[in-house]
Design a protein around this ligand. Structure first.
Ligand code: DC
Length: 226
């Protein structure tokens, strides 16, 4: 694609947003920005410093000393916190929960949204998150909301862990509960909650394959372009 474009993909935990966004980025030869990774990086910084993610004042004071940089290395997103690449440490269950909790703090969102908006000014991006189409880039060219039933999302998470050779520490019921609880935190927070933007295409992927979702998204983009 020659002209600069922005595509937003919002949805709850485990809906496959990142997988789908990566594939679409490859197809369209644009970059993928995973904003969840940015909230995870801030959460990790708090955990590393022994700061409680619910202590708003302590988190605000930590933020003042954090320099966060998002860069691309051969098309792959990296996040540096105070010069250190944190990508290898942000995918644990502890960081997932802490990211959801720390994301309710407005100062955290303001800092990260600023970086997201700056990046989208100069790059063609497909951005995935919770509030991208509704709050970060309300004027994006194409908007999608991708979801699936909580149990299906929990199954996908467990399968993903298995395929990575990670130890499975949770039952399906426990993972489903964890996902429902994260949905609640993400969609009931006051500032920029998880929501389907007015003009986003809503895709329920419960009974769809990854390929079907990718082609639904690509077809929708083609249709709007005409
Ligand atoms: O997409 P993810 O699971 O990696 O995101 C981790 C947490 O970060 C998620 O539970 C809520 C928060 N988040 C957010 O509040 N806004 C975004 N745009 C992306 C993620």
């Amino acid at each position: 694609m020659a002209e600069k474009i922005s595509i937003t993909v919002d949805g709850p935990a485990g809906s496959g947003k990142s997988t789908i966004s990566k594939l679409i980025a490859e197809k369209l030869n644009i970059l993928h920005l995973d904003t969840g990774a940015m909230y995870r990086a801030v959460a990790l910084s708090a955990l590393d410093r022994g700061i409680s993610v619910s202590d708003v004042l302590a988190v605000e004071s930590m933020l003042k000393g954090l320099s966060i940089a998002v860069t691309y290395d051969n098309g792959i997103q990296r996040i540096f916190v105070n010069g250190v690449d944190v990508m290898g440490r942000i995918r644990t269950a502890e960081v997932s929960k802490a990211a959801s909790d720390i994301a309710v703090i407005p100062a955290v969102r303001v800092k990260l949204v600023e970086i997201q908006r700056q990046l989208s000014k100069s790059l063609s991006l497909i951005i995935d998150g919770r509030d991208i189409g509704s709050y970060v880039l309300p004027n994006a060219d194409y908007k999608f909301y991708i979801t699936a039933d909580p149990e299906e999302r929990a199954k996908r998470r467990l399968k993903e862990q298995q395929s990575k050779g990670l130890e499975i520490e949770k039952t399906l019921a426990e993972m489903t509960q964890e996902i429902i609880s994260r949905d609640k935190t993400d969609s009931t927070r006051e500032f920029a909650p998880l929501v389907c933007a007015d003009n986003a295409l809503y895709i329920d992927t419960t009974k769809m394959t990854i390929e079907q979702v990718v082609s639904t998204v690509l077809n929708a983009i083609q249709k709007v372009k005409k």
